[in-house]
Each structure stands twice: as C-alpha cells, then as structure tokens.
Design a protein around this ligand. Structure first.
Ligand code: NAP
Length: 399
C-alpha cells in the first residue's frame, strides 16, 4: 500500500511501502544501520499493527553500474508514486560530468523546501562553548537561485550569444573568459517557502522567523526575496505575527511570532555570538546551503545533521553529509544523519510515536558515551562502536 495525498492531506496506510536510496560511499553501511533502528522503533510503537515495507530504488553509482544511468526514470517515478522516500548520500563529481542527483531530484519533484533542524545532543563534541543555545530550523529555498542549473561555460557558443545580447541590448559588458550563471528568484518561489515556514512556526510554537538575505547587494533577487517574504507575513499571517519594526522596545506579545530579517554575512556572525536570538531561518538556496553546514558544525558536525526536502504532497528525507568515500564499507561512519532524517520522516507521516522512541534511545546512547569514531575521538572516556554496533546500541536502549 502506498501513501496518497487527498484534499492536501497525506493519507498513510498502516502497512506502507517506502522507497529508499541507500546511497554511495558510506551509504550502504549507514542505511543498513538506520533501517534496523527504524524497524525496531516501529515494532515497539505499534506491536506489528503498522509496518514499513522498504522498497529499494537505485540512484548514483549503484544505478550507473547496473543500469548505465545515474538517475533512472523508474527511480523518480517510484518516488513520485509513493510520495515519501528516504535517501543516503550520493556522489557528485566537481566541475564535470553529471549534475548533482540531489539537485535533479529536488527540481523534478519540485521539493521547494529544504528543512534542516539544528540543535545539540548531550555529549556531542562541538567547537563552541554553549551549543545548547542553538535551537534553529532552517527553511532553505530548494529550486531557484544559482542552483537552478542555468550556467554557461566560458568560451561556449551559448556564453558568446549571451555576451553579445547583454552588450547590444542591455549595455552591460561581460568578460570574454567568464563563466556565466543565472540567479532566478521568483515571487512565487519566495512566498511559498515563507508560507511553509510560518505554518511550521505556528504548528510548533516557535518564537521567531528571520529572513536571511543579501539584499543590500543583490537588490532584485535577494532584496526582492526579503520583501516578498515580509509581504506574506503581513498579508496572510497578520493575526499570528509581529514585525520587528513595529515592536519598538516592547516585548513580543504572547502568542505572536516575531518576524525580522538579517543580512547573510551578519547571520553567520550572530549565529556564533547570539544563537539564542534565532529560531526559524528562511533563506535563499545558496545562503541556506552555507548556513546549514555552518550551523550543523556548531552543534557537532554533519555526521548527525538531518534534512528533509518537501514539496506539495512529496517529501524526500536525506542525510545531509556526503558519501565520505574513505570510510566506505568499513562499518565505521555515523548513521545519525539518516536516523534523524528518519525521525523527520515519521513526524511528517504522523507516526510521531516512532520518532519519540528513536530520539529517546538515540539520546540515551549518546549519554552512555557509546558512539562512532567521529564522536569517540573527542569525547573523553567514550567507547567507540562500529556503525552497526551503534545502531544495535540504540535498539537496545529502546527496551
Ligand atoms: P563528506 O562526504 O560529507 O565528508 C567530509 C567529512 O565529513 C568526512 O571525511 C568525515 O570527516 C565527515 N563525515 C561525513 N559524513 C560522516 C558520517 N556519517 N560519519 C562520520 N563522519 C562523517 O564531504 P565531501 O568529502 O566533500 O564529499 C564527498 C562526496 O559526497 C562528493 O561527491 C559530494 O558531491 C557528495 N555529497 C553528497 C551529498 C548528498 O548526497 N546529500 C551532500 C554533500 C556531498 P573525517 O574525515 O574528519 O572523519
């Protein structure tokens, strides 16, 4: 049985098929470990009444080696028909060859929200003094900006045509040896993201939404993003919000969400200096990408940072780190990112009992200082576990 989407609501059958992409590099190790945790938590929560039948779909190296294509049409089709899927990391060669499979999947399914919650778990080693002050959720736009894939190489005929057009029609000179990328940011794309962030903020009792942008420099893209986001807040959510400019020196009224904005470079500074002032962050694609990794590092690195890509009735949950090829097949990597992405998936499906069981057992395992190599090297007195043993420890802690 598959998940369906009716009247803008997800319908999840008790016995449900979920497609998964195990991923390249460390993908197979961390997927296997994560699946064990998921199945144990579902069994504990529902005693056999609910169950996931995992359906493997191919992408990346495994797809290329068996089918000769990196992202087979049937994989995209299966994810489309099943609506919710989960994936490990996929290889993307730099500067040549295939474009990012992750970007392709996000664009094909129009998964316009990239959601990354960032908070600290006890004992996780971090480079900052007060990691517990970080509790943010990043809503990154996922389909536009310089990631739209509209790029022309220096010296290509397309680049030449563009240069001539810019020179003749717009009186703008572009260097002959310049690569050119186009940065589209639309009203629709910006506003649907802000709308999703505000709905999330209301549903989860969050305190503030901060629009992150570089509008001082890029006025018609980043600046417009800021203005369009404010417009959604003021017009569609006026009873639930208060604008920073209207607040003066008064405290935020009870039950209202504070809406403010910040220039991206300052955001990176403030995230370190005053993390407690930030809650939900809404960002354009490229800024959001940088910010997601920087904040993940602040609470202990990418090894456990989860992520979700969400569209209208479609969702793809994914490990936020890459394929860490040097640890492939060593049963060594931390499966935390896929496990916590699974927690987001269960929340999205409404199986919150499963999420609660996993989070509790995950926290307990970290408190016991039984961790994978990446944490063991910085936690004094910890016991280093393999990837699979870490998953077994989490399952044990569910009892
Ligand atoms: P990476 O694979 O994330 O690895 C960088 C380093 O991060 C690793 O060497 C390791 O650090 C640490 N790390 C990452 N995942 C870990 C885990 N699960 N457990 C413990 N440590 C972990 O980044 P990369 O080397 O830049 O990228 C490799 C490939 O992945 C590239 O092809 C890239 O395009 C792709 N990629 C895919 C995705 C995705 O599919 N979503 C995202 C990013 C990158 P130490 O060596 O210090 O232990």
């Amino acid at each position: 049985m598959r998940i369906t989407f009716e009247n803008k609501q997800l319908q999840v059958p008790d016995i449900v098929e979920i497609p998964f992409i195990e991923g390249d590099g460390i993908g197979p190790d961390i997927w296997k470990a994560s699946q064990e945790v998921f199945d144990a938590a579902i069994e504990k929560a529902y005693l056999g009444k609910k169950k996931i039948n995992w359906v493997e779909v191919l992408a990346g190296e495994k797809a290329f080696n068996t089918k000769g294509v990196w992202l087979p049409d049937e994989t995209v089709e299966k994810i489309k028909t099943h609506r919710v899927a989960i994936k490990g990391p996929l290889t993307t060669p730099v500067g040549k060859g295939i474009r990012s499979l992750n970007v392709a999947l996000r664009q094909t399914l129009d998964l316009y929200q990239c959601i990354r919650p960032v908070s600290w778990y006890t004992n996780v080693p971090t480079p900052v003094k007060d990691p517990q002050k970080v509790d943010m959720v990043i809503f990154r736009e996922n389909t536009e900006d310089l990631y739209a894939g509209i790029e022309f190489a220096a010296g290509s005929p397309e680049q030449k045509k563009l240069r001539e057009f810019f020179s003749k029609e717009l009186n703008k000179a572009l260097r002959e040896d310049a690569g050119i990328g186009i940065k589209p940011i639309s009203l629709m794309g910006s506003q649907r993201l802000m709308r999703a962030a505000l709905n999330y903020a209301i549903k989860n009792n969050r305190k503030s939404v901060t629009i992150v942008h570089k509008g001082n420099i890029m006025k018609f893209t980043e600046g417009a993003f800021r203005d369009w986001c404010y417009e959604v807040a003021s017009k569609e959510f006026k009873d639930s919000i208060i604008l920073y400019d209207d607040l003066g020196d008064k405290p935020v009224p009870a039950g209202k969400i504070l809406i403010k904005d910040i220039i991206a470079d300052n955001m990176f500074q403030q995230a370190l200096l005053r993390p407690e002032d930030f809650d939900i962050l809404v960002a354009t694609n490229l800024n959001g990408d940088y910010l997601s990794d920087a904040l993940a590092a602040q609470v202990g690195g990418l090894g456990i940072a989860p992520g979700a890509n969400i569209g209208e009735g479609y969702a793809l949950f994914e490990a936020t780190h890459g394929t860490a090829p040097k640890y492939a097949n060593l049963d060594k990597a931390n499966p935390g990112s896929v496990i916590l992405s699974g927690v987001m998936m269960f929340d999205y499906m409404g199986w919150t009992e499963v999420s609660q069981i996993i989070i509790k057992a995950f926290q307990k395992t970290l408190e016991q200082k039984t961790v994978t190599y990446d944490f063991a090297r910085s936690i004094p007195g910890s016991q280093e576990l393999t990837c699979s043993a870490f998953a077994k420890a989490i399952v044990h802690n569910m009892k």
